[in-house]
Design a protein around this ligand. Structure first.
Ligand code: SF4
Length: 176
């Protein structure tokens, strides 16, 4: 039996959507023989692999690094799901979008910080002007909204793909 090559990724998110994935509990054990976890924060693989069947992507796109990763995931995955509100509509990361990045960073890292060191410049990617929902950067096949999305919605999507059904049949939001 061919197993579904599954990837889970988080960009600018809090990992809460991944907790929902784990909330599938015993069902994960049932599904496990039919899944190959090809890439995930839950496993220790550095490179995003080729030929992924389904990618669940949590978080908004907030840095050039996020953007490059989202594009790589899209190029190497048959289906891409925006997992949770941050990926679907920007949610918490997008709350900064009305503010000026430089002023915001100065406020946090200089004006209100001890030592007045200023914003970090090493090993931290720069921010894009705005945090973007996933569909502003790449094509998305299915949106699973919620903060976090319920485990049952993830189960529905996984089951549909395993059964060879179209994701567009699912009773969730579909844009684009
Ligand atoms: Fe966290 Fe909610 Fe964003 Fe998911 S949608 S990453 S739970 S803030």
């Amino acid at each position: 039996m061919k197993r579904l090559r599954l990837a889970t990724i988080w960009l600018d998110g809090c990992s809460g959507c991944h907790m929902s994935f784990l909330d599938m509990d015993e069902l994960l054990l049932e599904l496990a023989p039919r899944l190959e976890l090809a890439y995930s924060p839950l496993v220790d693989r550095k490179e995003f692999p080729e030929q992924v069947d389904l990618a669940l992507l949590e978080g908004a796109v907030s840095t050039p690094e996020d953007e490059a990763k989202a594009r790589l995931v899209r190029a190497r995955s048959h289906l891409v799901v925006a997992l949770g509100d941050c990926a679907c509509n920007g949610n918490l990361p997008a709350m900064r979008n009305r503010l000026d990045n430089a002023e915001l960073l100065d406020l946090v890292y200089r004006q209100q910080a001890e030592g007045e060191a200023g914003p970090p410049t090493r090993n931290v990617p720069p921010l894009l002007p705005h945090s973007l929902p996933l569909h502003r950067v790449i094509d998305v096949d299915l949106f699973l909204p919620g903060c976090p999305p319920p485990a049952a919605a993830i189960v529905r999507a996984l089951t549909a793909v395993l059964e060879g059904r179209e994701l567009s049949e699912l009773p969730t939001l579909k844009f684009g």
